[in-house]
Ligand binder design. Structure first.
Ligand code: ATP
Length: 193
C-alpha cells in the first residue's frame, strides 16, 4: 500500500482536496490535526513540551496554543524545537494508523512536509498550490486571522517554486482549473499502480 504525502502552504486547499479523496474511499491521516490531538492528550508529550517551553505551556484549561504560537512563529529555532518534539509522536501514531488501513494507497496530509524531511518517508508527494493572495484571502475568511499573522506563517514555509520542483504531482487550486478532474486523474493513476 502506497503512502502518498499531500502538502501545500497555509490556505492552499489541502483539506478540502483530502475530503474529495476521502469521498473516493481513500484513508487520510490529517497530521496537523493529529499533532494537536496528541499534544492535548499524550502525557509524555505534555511533559516534554513543558520542559521545553515552560510551565505556561499548559494551563488549567489545557494546552496554551496562543502562548506557544507567540514563541514559535516569531523564533524559527523554537518552531524547529516544537516540531522536533512533536514529530516522533505523530510518526508513531501514523505508523499504527497505517497498519490498520486497507486501500490501494493512503494520504498523509501536512502543511509542512518537504521542509522537515517528512517527504522522504512517503512513496510520492502531491503538492496543492494556489496564488499567495488567494491563500491569504481564503484564510482571512476561514479563520479571521490577520494578514500579518498569515504572512508570518507563510514565511515559515518554503516558497511554492521550491516545493513544485520536488513534488510528484501538483494540484492547481487557483479558481481557474477545475479540481475534480485533477483529483480523479491522480486517483486513477495511483489505483492502477
Ligand atoms: P491550512 O494549511 O491552513 O489547514 P489548507 O491548505 O488545509 O489550509 P483549506 O482549509 O482546505 O486549506 O482551504 C482554506 C479555505 O479556503 C477553506 O475555507 C476552504 O473551504 C477554502 N477553499 C479552498 N479551496 C477552495 C476552492 N477551490 N473554492 C472555494 N473555496 C476554497
Amino acid at each position: 500500500m502506497l503512502k502518498i504525502g499531500i502538502t501545500g502552504g497555509i490556505g492552499s486547499g489541502k483539506t478540502i482536496i483530502c475530503k474529495a479523496f476521502g469521498a473516493l474511499g481513500i484513508p487520510v491521516y490529517y497530521a496537523d490535526i493529529q499533532a494537536k490531538q496528541l499534544i492535548h492528550t499524550h502525557p509524555a508529550l505534555r511533559t516534554k513540551l513543558t520542559e521545553a517551553f515552560g510551565r505556561d505551556t499548559f494551563t488549567n484549561q489545557g494546552y496554551n496554543t496562543q502562548y506557544v504560537a507567540s514563541i514559535v512563529f516569531t523564533h524559527p529555532t523554537e518552531l524547529q524545537k516544537l516540531n522536533s518534539i512533536v514529530h516522533p509522536f505523530v510518526k508513531a501514531d501514523h505508523a499504527a494508523w497505517f497498519l490498520r488501513q486497507q486501500a490501494p494507497y493512503t494520504l498523509y496530509e501536512a502543511a509542512v512536509l518537504f521542509e522537515n524531511g517528512g517527504a522522504n518517508q512517503m512513496d510520492q508527494v502531491i503538492l496543492v498550490d494556489a496564488p499567495e493572495e488567494l491563500r491569504i484571502s481564503r484564510v482571512e475568511q476561514r479563520d479571521g486571522m490577520s494578514r500579518e499573522a498569515i504572512l508570518s506563517r507563510i514565511a515559515n514555509q518554503w516558497p511554492a517554486d521550491k516545493k513544485r520542483a520536488m513534488a510528484d504531482w501538483v494540484i492547481e487550486n487557483n479558481d481557474k482549473q477545475l479540481l475534480l478532474p485533477q483529483i480523479l486523474s491522480i486517483h486513477n493513476e495511483l489505483t492502477e499502480q
